[in-house]
Design a protein around this ligand. Sequence first.
Ligand code: AMP
Ligand code: FE
Ligand code: FE
Ligand code: ZN
Length: 293
Amino acid sequence: MRIDLHTHTDRSDGTESPGDLVRRAHAHRIDVLGLTDHDTTEGWADAVEVADELGIVLVPGIEISCTFVGYGVHLLGYLPDPTYEPLATELQRVLDGRNSRLPATLARLRDLGIDIDVHDVRRVSGETAATGRPHVADALIALGVVADRDEAFDRYLGPQGPAYVSRYAADLETMIDTVRQAGGVSVLAHPWASRHDHSALDEAGLTRLKQAGLAGVEVDHEDHAPGVRAELRALAGRLDLLTTGASDHHGTGKVGHLLGCNTTDPEQYDRLLDLAAQSAAVSGRRTPEVLRA
Ligand code: AMP
Ligand code: FE
Ligand code: FE
Ligand code: ZN
């Protein structure tokens, strides 16, 4: 059984529609696919429809932009009830923050002499519900300013770049609790990726997050070197956190993140489903009806 629990579509910063993502996953012999667009559940319905047709399991999720002691952290929330009001409200705040950051980013770029406006971004951002720097990067590519997203992040949009603007993100511990109240399960995305400062996510930090209700950590991810994976897996074992593996596929938006390039152990996936059933029972919130065996 091949299980890939972290992927994106064009409803956030991936490049495929939800239906095309599921068709591609099927072609890559994926049996269980987690759809985890940034800060939005917009892609779920279309993905489930195609997953049903093809007979693959679609695990609905969200990659939520959070902060923990001042650092940005991505939280994967699986199987939450998206109508749970505190969750919906907080996601809307994050999306509002994305939208209000965009004009500020574009103003920085214009200060740098680049002739770009919001229409240039909207032309390339398609159906996204979660506008992000990757869409600004795509606009810069279309304008011939950079060759690819990587160059756009390196030269302009990365945290040290001249066009970097921060935005609102949810408090991590509160969000872990919110996901659980919504009947879902929380897994930290790529916690030790070298691109981020992850000093807060050491043993003490993960212990604190486990106490807040964190269920697991994503271990097998392209941004984790083999030694990092081994160390994180061992720590997860000591803290009784489940471990996942996934591609973090973004279509053509991120190179080297092919569907199924990392997968989740079926036993770990079973643990995740058990925990989702538990939080659904405790919260009285139903697991979304989109899960099919
Ligand atoms: P934002 O959500 O607007 O803060 O942008 C962050 C997103 O940009 C991440 O979730 C990644 O998917 C993407 N990203 C970050 N660095 C790069 C890069 N060097 N090349 C392509 N995409 C990137
Ligand atoms: Fe992304
Ligand atoms: Fe991420
Ligand atoms: Zn992701």
